[in-house]
Design a protein around this ligand. Structure first.
Ligand SMILES: Cc1ncc(C[n+]2csc(CCOP(=O)(O)OP(=O)(O)O)c2C)c(N)n1
Ligand SMILES: [Mg+2]
Length: 584
C-alpha cells in the first residue's frame, strides 16, 4: 500500500543515520537526560503517543538507541509498558504528553499498580514559567497519579532530571514492585545545561540488591513446618514470576514433594503434565492440607480474602510487600523478602530432613489430588468437546489450548469467554500467560500483545478477547503490524458484555436486564482485513481448529495480525459469574 508520507527517512531509533549529532557534546537538554537515565536503568524501549511537551525525550532516545514505540491510544502505551516489564523482568516505561495524554494512560498505570508491575510513567507538563496560569493541557498530574503509584513527583530543575528518573525507577522496585509517575515540565525538558552540572546516577550504582531472604529464624521455622507436613500445598502468584523466582519455586516443589498451584503470571511455571503441577483441585487441597504456603499473591477477592482457608492448618504467607502479609487473614508465619531467595533458603534448610514415612504420606497426598484432577477434567470434557450448533465457549477454550505451541504467549482480555478459557488453557512455559490481574481491566490485550512480541520476537503471541474487550483497544493492532510484531487475535463473540449481563438478568429479569450490556453483531474478521491481515468468521465448532491454523500461517507469511472471530453461545456463563463470586 502506498503512503502519502515520505517515510524514507527512517522512523526507527536503531537507524545510525539518525544518530549523527549536531549538538555541542558539553551541553545536554532535559529530554536527553531522561533518555540517558533510562538507558542507565536498562530501559531499551519506551511506549508513547506524541505531544508537544515531550518531543525532546524522543530526540534523546535517538542518541541513546532507545526504541520508541508509538501507539494510537495512551491506554495501550501504558498496558504495553506494563506488559514489557512483565515479559522482560525490567522496568517498563511509558511516556505521555500532559493532560489527556496522562488521563488516557491512567487505566494502564492502575492495572500495573494492582498487578505490582514496575512501570515508570513519565508525563509532560506546561512550562514552569506558566505554572498555574492555565497552560495548554495543565492538570495536577502528580496529585492525580499519587494514589495509583508507589511514587509520584514533579521534576523542578533540568540538573536533576536524570537523578529523579533514577529515583523513580528505584521506587518501582522497593518492596513489592509497582508503578511510579514523574512529571517533567516542558521548559525543564527543553533547557540545555552544561553536562557536568547534571546529576546522572551511574548504572548499577544507585540501587541495592532486592534478593533479601528475610528473617533466617523464620526460614528455619518454615523448613520445619514443611519437613513435618503430610499434606502440604503451595500457591504461587504473580510476584513469583515478576521476581523471576520460578526456578527456586519449582526446585522446592520437586525437592520436597509438594503439589503446586499457580495463579496469574506464575501459570506456566511448570508444564501441564508435570507431576507437581495442579490446577483443578485447589479448593480440595486447601480444605484437606495441613500446611499451606501462599507465595506472592495477596488475600484479595481472588482468594476470598483468605476466609475460605480452614483454621485447623498452618498457614504461611511469603510476600515482597511487608504490608501484604497478614492483611485480611491471620497467618501462622509470615516471611517478607524476595520469593526466590526465601524459597531457595527454605529448600536448603529442609533438604535431607524429610523422614520416609512423611515422604510416602505426601506422595499418597499427591496421588489423591492427581486422581481428583482427572475426575475434574473428565467432568469438563463434554463441555470442551461440545458440538453444539451455537459454539460453546468451553469448546473454543479447549481448541485454543490444543493449538498453543511450546512458545506461544497466551493473553486473556475479556469477560466470561476469557474466564472460561482459564479452565482449559495451560501455557507450556514460564511467562507465557498474561492477564490483567486484580484490577480486572478490559482492554489490556492489544498492549500486552505488542509488548510480548517486542520482548520475544521469536515467540508466537495469541490474544483471546471478548467482543466487548476487543473493541476497546483493537485499533492498536495497526501498531503491532507497523512495528512488525503481528499476533493472532481470537474473539469469542457473544454480541454482549456477558459477564455483566448475567447478573442483570438474574436480578432484574428479561425485561429490565438487558440495559447497557448488549452489543451489535460485528464481523471482526474484516477488521484484520482492513489492516492487511487475515480474518475469518467461525460459526461451527469443527471449523475452529482450521481457522486457527490459517491465522498462524497468515501471520507468519504476511507479517500482519489475524483475527479469528468465533460466534459463541451468549447463554453460556462462567461458573464465577453464575455464583457472582467476584463481588463476594
Ligand atoms: C475497563 C473495564 N470496563 C468495564 C468492566 C466491567 N466488565 C467486566 S466483564 C465485562 C463484559 C466484557 O464483555 P466481553 O469482553 O465481550 O466478554 P464476555 O463477558 O461477553 O464474554 C465488563 C463490561 C471492566 N472489567 N473493565
Ligand atoms: Mg462478549
Amino acid at each position: 500500500m502506498s503512503s502519502i508520507l515520505d517515510k524514507s527517512a527512517s522512523t526507527s531509533t536503531a537507524d545510525d543515520t539518525l544518530k549523527a549529532k549536531s549538538r555541542d557534546a558539553n551541553v545536554i537538554s532535559g529530554g536527553h537526560l531522561v533518555a540517558r537515565a533510562l538507558k542507565n536503568e536498562g530501559v531499551d524501549t519506551i511506549f508513547t503517543l506524541c505531544g508537544g511537551h515531550i518531543i525532546d525525550i524522543y530526540d534523546g532516545c535517538i542518541d541513546e538507541g532507545i526504541r520508541v514505540i508509538d501507539v494510537r491510544h495512551e491506554q495501550v502505551a501504558a498496558h504495553a509498558a506494563d506488559g514489557y516489564a512483565r515479559q522482560t523482568g525490567k522496568l517498563g516505561c511509558v511516556v505521555t504528553t500532559a493532560g489527556p495524554g496522562c488521563t488516557n494512560a491512567v487505566t494502564g498505570i492502575a492495572t500495573a499498580f494492582r498487578s505490582e508491575s514496575p512501570v515508570l510513567h513519565i508525563g509532560g507538563q506546561g512550562a514552569m514559567t506558566q505554572h498555574m496560569m492555565g497552560s495548554l493541557q495543565d492538570l495536577p498530574h502528580v496529585d492525580m497519579m499519587r494514589p495509583i503509584t508507589k511514587f509520584s513527583a514533579g521534576v523542578r530543575s533540568t540538573e536533576r532530571v536524570a537523578d529523579m528518573v533514577s529515583m523513580a525507577a528505584r521506587e518501582c522496585f522497593a518492596g513489592a514492585p509497582g508503578p511510579a509517575y514523574l512529571e517533567i515540565p516542558r521548559d525543564i525538558l527543553d533547557r540545555e545545561i552544561d553536562l557536568p552540572k547534571a546529576v546522572i546516577p551511574q548504572p548499577g550504582r544507585y540501587r541495592a540488591s532486592t534478593r533479601s531472604a528475610g528473617d533466617a529464624a523464620d526460614v528455619e521455622k518454615l523448613a520445619d513446618l514443611l519437613v513435618h507436613a503430610e499434606r502440604p500445598a503451595i500457591l504461587f502468584g504473580q510476584q513469583v514470576w515478576t521476581a523471576r523466582a520460578h526456578e527456586e519455586a519449582v526446585a522446592l516443589l520437586r525437592g520436597l514433594d509438594i503439589p503446586g498451584y499457580f495463579n496469574g503470571g506464575s501459570r506456566g511455571m511448570l508444564p501441564p503434565n508435570d507431576p507437581h503441577h495442579f490446577d483443578r483441585t485447589r479448593s480440595q487441597a486447601f480444605a484437606r492440607a495441613d500446611v499451606i504456603v501462599i507465595v506472592g499473591t495477596p488475600f484479595d477477592f481472588r482468594m476470598g480474602y483468605g476466609k475460605r482457608i480452614g483454621r485447623e492448618l498452618k498457614l504461611v504467607q511469603i510476600d515482597m510487600g511487608y504490608a501484604t502479609v497478614g492483611r485480611n487473614r491471620d497467618v501462622d508465619l509470615g516471611l517478607v523478602g524476595h520469593p526466590g531467595a526465601i524459597l531457595a533458603a527454605v529448600l536448603q534448610a529442609a533438604s535431607g530432613r524429610i523422614r520416609d514415612d512423611k515422604r510416602s504420606a505426601r506422595r499418597d497426598w499427591m496421588r489423591e489430588l492427581a486422581a481428583a484432577e482427572e475426575v475434574a477434567t473428565a467432568k469438563l470434557m463434554p463441555l470442551f468437546k461440545s458440538d453444539a450448533g451455537l459454539i460453546n465457549p468451553y469448546r473454543v477454550a479447549w481448541e485454543i489450548n490444543e493449538f498453543l505451541g511450546d512458545d506461544t504467549i497466551y493473553i486473556g482480555d475479556g469477560g466470561d469467554v476469557v474466564t472460561i478459557s482459564a479452565q482449559a488453557v495451560r501455557p507450556r512455559r514460564p511467562g507465557q500467560w498474561m492477564d490483567p490481574g486484580a484490577l480486572g481491566s478490559l482492554g489490556v490485550g492489544t498492549g500486552f500483545a505488542i509488548a510480548a512480541g517486542l520482548a520475544h520476537p521469536g515467540k508466537e503471541v495469541l490474544c483471546y478477547y471478548g467482543d466487548g474487550a476487543f473493541s476497546m483497544t483493537a485499533f492498536d493492532m495497526e501498531t503491532a503490524n507497523r512495528f512488525k510484531v503481528p499476533y493472532i487475535a481470537v474473539v469469542g463473540n457473544n454480541s454482549a458484555m456477558t459477564q455483566i449481563r448475567y447478573g442483570q438478568l438474574a436480578k432484574y429479569g428479561e425485561l429490565r436486564g438487558n440495559v447497557g450490556s448488549l452489543l451489535g453483531d460485528v464481523p471482526f474478521g474484516t477488521f484484520a482485513n482492513m489492516l492487511g491481515g487475515y480474518g475469518e468468521e467461525v460459526r461451527e465448532p469443527a471449523k475452529i481448529a482450521g481457522a486457527l491454523q490459517r491465522a498462524r500461517e497468515s501471520v507468519r507469511r504476511t507479517g500482519r495480525s489475524a483475527v479469528i472471530n468465533i460466534w459463541v453461545d451468549p447463554k453460556v456463563y462462567a461458573p464465577g459469574t453464575m455464583a457472582q463470586t467476584m463481588y463476594k
